[in-house]
Design a protein around this ligand. Sequence first.
Ligand code: ACO
Ligand code: KIV
Length: 524
Amino acid sequence: MTIIHPNFGTMDASRVIIFDTTLRDGEQSPGFSMNLDEKLRMAETLAELGVDVLEAGFPVASPGDFEAVNRIAQSIKGPVICGLARSGVADITRAGEAIRPAERKRIHTFISTSPLHMKYKLRMEPDAVLEAVIASVTLARNFTDDVEWSAEDGTRTDMEFLLRCVEAAIKAGATTINIPDTVGYAVPEDMTRIFTTVREKVPGADQIILSSHCHNDLGLAVANTLAGVRAGARQIECTINGIGERAGNASLEEVVMAIRTRPDANPYHHNIETTRILRTSKLLATITGFDVQPNKAIVGRNAFAHESGIHQDGMLKNAATYEIMTPESVGWQKTSLVMGKHSGRAAFRDKLSLLGYGDIGDNALNDAFRRFKDLADRKKIVYDEDIVALVDDEVTRGHQRVKFVSLETWGGSKAKPRALLELEIDGVIQSADCLGDGPVDATFNAIHALFPHTANLLLFSVGAVTEGTDAQARCTVRLEEDGKMVDGQGADTDTIVAAARAYVHALNKLITKRTRSEPAALSA
Ligand SMILES: CC(=O)SCCNC(=O)CCNC(=O)[C@H](O)C(C)(C)COP(=O)(O)OP(=O)(O)OC[C@H]1O[C@@H](n2cnc3c(N)ncnc32)[C@H](O)[C@@H]1OP(=O)(O)O
Ligand SMILES: CC(C)C(=O)C(=O)O
């Protein structure tokens, strides 16, 4: 039978209503309370995202919550604006007042139906609960035609009693019946069984919308939600970033993208503009001060990032090898190939091309790649600036007479500063062990010892390529000889090694200058 919903009209059988409860159940996460302005900004963004129902709050909870729901009802166009209420008159009246200004409005009223909740929490007999179901839905219908009724702790409710309550709620005028997995206890098979039984056994269940509201205590909220939909639910209750009581609710971005990415398993459609997902997620994180974890599906910063060489190589050949949806489809600008110790040559070459390097030649590429791997072993994050510094260093060293090989230094407040340096000069590795006024001085003395020259050191400066104590140092050395001046640069996570590289670089430039002006003077 076709469902004609008071706010959605004639329902297409494969259409899923997205009911966002970020501002209600989401806000119930400890530390996630939002003020009025923040709720209004979130509500606007959720409306732009295309949510069908926006549960704006629990109006009886506080004057602030009432005002937030009321202001959202006044100003947010698009979604149905919903307020939550327990089964009592005060709650329902307050919710009815709060949502009154909305063009399309809903009251969502609930009561627990599980034996545990009825006995210990409500201290009510099942018959009294059944009466409360009827009375609450009947009262709510005085405020709006769109009334949702929820059987709190529905998945731990005795099936026969659940069926009686659902039937009573429908008869009293509920147009949506929600069966929540309040404590995240269900497994997908439970959801299938419960929704199938309700659909098959409750008279009138084919004329209302069934709804799935799952918590993530066992990490099954999304799987359970989708199982509910496959068994007949046509409303999904969810939150941005999966926030909500305890371990949270089903995450909107995950259910929506599971439907979009696997239409074979989930042949349904929704109205979410998926390209707005990321900005909505980021706004929520900014407002609440809680970032999602990096590996969070869809919106975590690693969701479309690849560091392993084998994956990066596959991605460069065909993105479908390692991505099941495009980053653009959920609002990311692009896939990111993160350079780190697991990266390979394909990604390194690609990175160089993105950084504007043409063909630097296989030797320079291999040497730069080797140094990049060494750097990545020492540094958690290798930034683009690190790679630029490293490749510039390598490219300018291509065919030089003097090459840095290794350096060990000793310094500190007690030891006499000392440097043990190895250089390759004209293809022969030589070493020198020198003292100095500091480790840099000792290193420069060692360079002098290995490659005697008359150039004067005019300037030595040190800067950091990026931030943090593991940043590479970038050193500059300026040498002068016979009025000719050259600058050399060197980068390394070890400042003294960077200084040695810079000195050797400057020396090579000087040798090149000398060679150009006096072709015969090739030796030191
Ligand atoms: C599964 C869910 O997410 S349900 C929503 C949970 N969200 C919230 O609780 C957030 C907002 N809550 C609040 O601000 C407060 O709890 C209020 C304003 C609702 C109630 O505050 P208080 O009147 O101080 O009651 P308190 O919170 O201590 O206890 C809850 C009362 O509601 C009763 N109750 C719980 N659910 C229902 C219900 N669906 N219908 C009727 N009564 C209910 C409890 O049995 C208890 O009653 P008692 O005081 O007679 O024992
Ligand atoms: C109010 C209901 C729907 C709820 O949040 C729950 O049971 O988790």
